[in-house]
Design a protein around this ligand. Structure first.
Ligand SMILES: C=C(O[C@@H]1C=C(C(=O)O)C=C[C@H]1O)C(=O)O
Length: 386
């Protein structure tokens, strides 16, 4: 086959890919029209029956075209997730026109290529407007800029599938004067990044934020005795590695490429599926439509009577409210007392939640609502791909 034939074939592929993008943009515009209908008729954004029927039809049609069900399902689950999350974001903007201005000043940890920056871009890609990014060197700085009006939103990593909860953020939420207004998850592919031509065997020092050190602990144990230097962000770890011979940093391949570091080892995390969940905080809470899946996060300090925590949790059960997270942290100033961070799969505006919060008073010293926000973790509809 001559190069001309190959170039012609690639040209045809380029044409088809461009046509696909035009159709995807058109599909997204139409799905925005569907949101208008759902707003006018108070319909839930998600219609899983419709999605299932759609997928079954497309898988059947795909098979007639020689496309296997697994491939068709994967492609359209991605399209559906994007469609639903865009619709939810549109609905929320419609409900909170003042809160979501045309410019979003967002603080997050680190700088170019940090995982927080990647998560920020993912979250705000569905929220039209000018994004002004403000990199910070600590979690306190992130919330501080939101509290004093220098930023509209702050993005904080709160848990990771390899290292678990990020306690510093939970402790910060106990006193920061911010509300949780959103969440976003992002995959985290940790790589070992070093100056060009650096061999693994030459390394004497590793730079990283505490989280990558925790998430890659097993790989690092296998490297033997190396000096570990903790940095306040992945971005600063990369800069340190750039300026230190025979050293490396842990970060994303993209972050390394941005500063001229090369990947000398990838897939370092203890868990192959390594994802971080970030919360988005703002000075004021948002109203959240009952037409979308919602979470409510709160902090509670139970009374000291035996069984108070169990009694408090039973209230959620009695009101049929599902807990998706329960985290305990030391109560500041009372080292042997705990506060409990709770994520509810519920909308604060629901009467069940209001009644439960009222009944909680009997078993708690205090309950502080951290925020009610759109849940971004979409459960894909299950379809037969056999
Ligand atoms: C577009 C709609 O809203 C959602 C998105 C869908 C899609 O992108 O095809 C299908 C069903 C809904 O979950 C709809 O209800 O038709």
């Amino acid at each position: 086959m001559s190069n001309d034939v190959l170039n012609t074939l690639r040209h045809d592929i380029n044409e088809i890919d461009s046509d696909l993008l035009v159709l995807l943009a058109k599909r997204r515009r139409i799905s925005h029209g569907v949101v208008e209908y759902k707003i006018a008729n108070n319909k839930p954004i998600r219609d899983e029956a419709r999605e299932l029927a759609l997928l079954e039809k497309l898988i059947g049609y795909g098979k007639s075209l020689g496309l296997d069900a697994y491939y068709v399902n994967n492609v359209f689950q991605t399209i559906l997730e994007d469609s639903v999350l865009h619709q939810q974001a549109m609905l929320q903007k419609n409900l909170n026109p003042d809160a979501l201005s045309e410019t979003h000043r967002v603080t997050y940890l680190g700088g170019q290529g940090s995982y927080s920056q990647l998560a920020c871009h993912k979250y705000f890609s569905r929220r039209p407007g000018k994004l002004v990014e403000i990199g910070c060197s600590s979690f306190d700085e992130i919330t501080g800029k939101v509290e004093n009006g220098q930023a509209d939103f702050g993005l904080l990593p709160i848990e990771n599938t390899s290292s678990g909860s990020i306690n510093e953020v939970f402790d910060l939420l106990q006193h920061a004067q911010v509300s949780i207004v959103g969440e976003v998850t992002h995959s985290v592919e940790h790589c070992l990044l070093a100056n060009p031509d650096t061999e693994l065997s030459q390394l004497t020092k590793i730079f990283a934020h505490p989280q990558p050190f925790a998430q890659c602990s097993r790989f690092l144990q296998g490297l033997g005795e190396l000096q570990h230097e903790t940095c306040d962000s992945t971005s600063s770890a990369l800069q340190s590695a750039l300026n230190t011979p025979n050293s490396a940093a842990i970060g994303s391949a993209q972050a390394g490429k941005n500063v001229g570091l090369e990947v000398i080892k990838s897939n370092l995390a203890n868990q192959s599926e390594n994802h971080s969940r970030f919360i988005v905080v703002a000075r004021k809470p948002l109203q959240v439509s009952k037409q979308i899946p919602t979470k409510t996060s709160l902090i509670m300090a139970t009374k000291q009577q035996a069984g108070s925590l169990a009694d408090a949790l039973m209230i959620f059960k009695q009101h049929k409210i599902n807990l998706v997270k329960l985290e305990s942290r030391p109560m500041p100033g009372n080292p042997w007392e705990e506060v409990f961070y709770v994520d509810l799969e519920a909308n604060l505006a629901d009467s069940q939640v209001k009644n439960a919060l009222e009944e909680l008073k009997e078993y708690t010293q205090y309950v502080r609502i951290l925020g009610c926000y759109q849940s971004e973790t979409l459960q894909a509809v299950s379809v037969n791909t056999q």
